[in-house]
Ligand binder design. Structure first.
Ligand SMILES: Nc1ncnc2c1ncn2[C@@H]1O[C@H](COP(=O)(O)OP(=O)(O)O)[C@@H](O)[C@H]1O
Ligand SMILES: [Mg+2]
Length: 258
């Protein structure tokens, strides 16, 4: 298997805070990979660097063979790397369906603008938006204001939003965080199904049951660098991992503080 997404020695500081110090991770094509680590270990910063929302001070990001280090967010997205945010970014004043239609506008390139005004195209976009809402399980809420959705439903809307562009790789930042347990199972089912249809995932998540059940390979980030990487069974017993989590029983702890 080859790495579809790879970071090599990525370093990033905010003033005196070293958020990333030589972070090297690999995500193999067609897999669901996990990224875990204590709060403040640099997980979101690494997502930001990969997706162009933050600049690397040093190091490289590769998408396949191509170096995409410090490419702008829209370019990274256009190349096929989609992401969700730890704090969801939806348009609360628009309806759920309108949010999806915004995504279809984003996806189009400027030269498609004329084509997009045709009625046939509009109907097609609307149908695709509804299909994706159906897929994530919130089609019944299409007409309501997105601001009225529960936290878990917002996460599902964000996932549907990302799927509009049909990215090859999807980065999810804490998809289960703050979501009720039945919805968490639903979210992992959807990820599994998308993975079966060929999508590659990199998932940041504190819920160990979720991560261990979903990911074939997990990388542990500690103080901005990857300290361990391997299959869930190895990671859950790795001494460095247990140390990073202050000796807590990783298996029984769904929501690791710190
Ligand atoms: N925009 C920012 N400005 C200043 N410091 C930041 C910023 N973003 C992240 N940090 C710091 O970088 C470190 C890593 O943060 P983050 O990547 O959010 O960690 P994680 O997602 O693993 O919890 C933390 O010390 C955090 O306070
Ligand atoms: Mg984070």
């Amino acid at each position: 298997m080859s790495a579809l997404l790879r970071t090599d020695g990525v370093t990033k500081s905010f003033g005196g805070v070293q958020a990333l110090s030589g972070a090297t991770i690999e995500v193999d094509e067609g897999t669901v990979a996990g990224l875990i680590g204590p709060n403040g270990s640099g997980k979101t910063t690494l997502f930001n660097v990969i997706t162009g929302y933050g600049r690397a001070d040093a190091g490289e990001v590769y998408f396949g063979d191509r170096a995409i280090t410090n490419a702008a967010p829209d370019r990274v997205f256009a190349l096929g790397i989609g992401r969700t945010f730890q704090l969801t970014r939806i348009f609360a004043r628009l309806t759920v369906l309108e949010n999806m239609l915004v995504a279809t506008q984003h996806k189009g390139r400027p030269r498609n603008l004329l084509a997009r005004t045709s009625r046939g195209h509009w109907v097609q976009q609307r149908r695709r938006a509804m299909d994706l809402l159906e897929f994530v399980g919130i089609a019944g809420h299409a007409g309501v204001g997105a601001g009225t959705l529960s936290y878990g439903q917002r996460k599902l809307l964000e996932l549907a939003y990302v799927l509009v562009a049909d990215p090859a790789v999807i980065l999810l930042d804490e998809p289960a965080g703050g979501v009720n347990p039945s919805l968490i199972n639903h979210i992992s089912d959807r990820i599994r199904e998308l993975n079966k249809s060929g999508k590659t995932f990199l998932i940041v998540e504190h819920n160990m049951e979720f991560v261990m059940g979903l990911c074939s390979r997990i990388t542990v980030l500690d103080s901005g660098s990857a300290t361990a990487s391997g299959p869930p069974d190895i990671i859950r017993t790795d001494k460095r991992v247990l140390d990073a989590y202050l000796g807590e029983d990783v298996e029984d702890d769904d929501d690791i503080p710190g």
